[in-house]
Design a protein around this ligand. Structure first.
Ligand code: FES
Length: 186
């Protein structure tokens, strides 16, 4: 079954975070700045990072989460270029959402909360996204994919994003100045 990856306790980035937090010792209202620094180092803010900041600063984990979940600048899970949200709401779950989630993890060789090796995709388990009649449902960025009963569809969906991104990259390289050219309106 697909699960979230944890950051190891001996990750060297914690040492750098500690150095930063030491400088803030004795100051008040440092939750925001501590979380910003942690996100800069880790790219996102999993539970382990919240716990670490809490242990070093005395700010409770609940208070830290109060800040990190309130401000949209903070990411609680790692993200790739395209965020895949697999709906795990009741209707989707009953119709096989766990199989969809597991298949995506297998295809991308990642767990929930991780980013694929090429940086293109990350997977998150979401609550009901409001299309229960079309279950099971996934969202990639803002696009909804419904009735994912044939798991083989998933590979094709991912390939479409890979191809689109590769085409944009190629157009960007081919155009003068390295930017994609606008389409001819004629
Ligand atoms: S339960 Fe999945 S869209 Fe509602």
């Amino acid at each position: 079954m697909c699960q979230s990856k944890q950051i190891e306790v001996n990750d060297p980035r914690f040492l750098e975070l500690d150095k930063f937090l030491k400088k803030l010792q004795g100051e008040k209202g440092i939750a925001m700045i501590a979380l910003q620094k942690a996100q800069q180092l880790f790219g996102y803010l999993p539970l382990e990072v919240h716990k670490h900041i809490s242990a070093r600063t005395g700010i409770s984990v609940a208070e830290l989460y109060g800040v990190s979940t309130f401000y949209s600048q903070f990411l609680l899970e790692a993200e790739g270029k395209h965020r895949i949200s697999v709906c795990m709401g009741t209707a989707c779950y009953v119709k096989g959402a766990q199989n969809v989630l597991d298949k995506l993890c297998e295809l991308l060789n990642i767990k929930v909360g991780e980013v694929s090796a090429d940086g293109l995709f990350s997977i998150t388990a979401a609550r009901c996204i409001g299309c229960c009649g079309l279950a099971p449902v996934i969202m990639i960025d803002e696009e909804v994919y419904a009735n994912i009963v044939d798991l083989n569809e998933l590979e094709q969906i991912l390939d479409n994003y890979r191809l689109k991104d590769a085409a944009v990259g190629a157009a960007s390289l081919a155009s003068p100045g390295g930017k994609a050219e606008a389409e001819d309106p004629a």
